[in-house]
Design a protein around this ligand. Structure first.
Ligand code: NI
Length: 185
């Protein structure tokens, strides 16, 4: 079990677009396993490689059916096929999206900050798993929200970029006031 260090905003690595993975080797699979361990350790439901200081297009997701977080919808959400499943999305591409929905989102790179973001309510995503096998998912609910949030991360987009200027200024001020000691050079 190796939990990696989470980079918090304003670490620069969070705002740099990540590069395509070209080599699906044992080192990649070990890194993906570490990302899943990191989510377990931090009780996160999604993680992008940028958040652990790595600029490859890798996203891990695992959403428990029962959660204890601040999302007001978590208590009412029905069991879905994607609950309690370990997903690894490498080089993910959104091929289609439908509808809009608003969820209160959090982010491991912004501890204790939660706010509403509007996103597509359904997305179709193509990606490769850690063995280089291509797959496609049709995501709805929190899975769709999480996928869009994490794909934003690998494009160097943090969640306040999806909010109003007022809200994002408030979040930035809060983070800067904390005197983040995890900022990379
Ligand atoms: Ni995040």
């Amino acid at each position: 079990m190796t939990a990696l260090r989470i980079f918090e905003w304003p670490s620069k690595v969070l705002e740099v677009p990540a590069q395509e993975v070209v080599l699906f080797d044992n080192a990649l699979r070990a890194f993906v396993a570490d990302m899943h361990d990191t989510m377990k350790e931090t009780a996160g439901i999604g993680l992008a490689a940028n958040q652990v200081g790595d600029l490859r297009r890798i996203v891990t997701i695992e959403i428990p059916s029962v959660r204890n977080d601040k999302s007001e919808k978590s208590a009412t959400e029905e069991p879905k096929w994607w609950h309690n499943k370990r997903f690894t999305f490498i080089n993910p591409v959104v091929t289609n999206s439908e509808g809009t929905d608003r969820w209160q989102e959090g982010c491991l790179s912004f501890p204790d900050i939660f706010d509403f973001v509007e996103r597509a309510s359904e997305v179709w995503v193509k990606a490769f798993d850690e063995n280089g096998k291509e797959f496609e998912v049709h995501a709805d609910g929190l899975f769709a929200v999480c996928l869009q949030h994490e794909i934003d991360h690998i494009n160097g987009i943090v969640f306040f970029k999806r909010m109003s200027k007022l809200k994002s200024d408030r979040i930035k001020a809060k983070m800067l006031k904390r005197g983040n000691i995890h900022v990379d050079a």
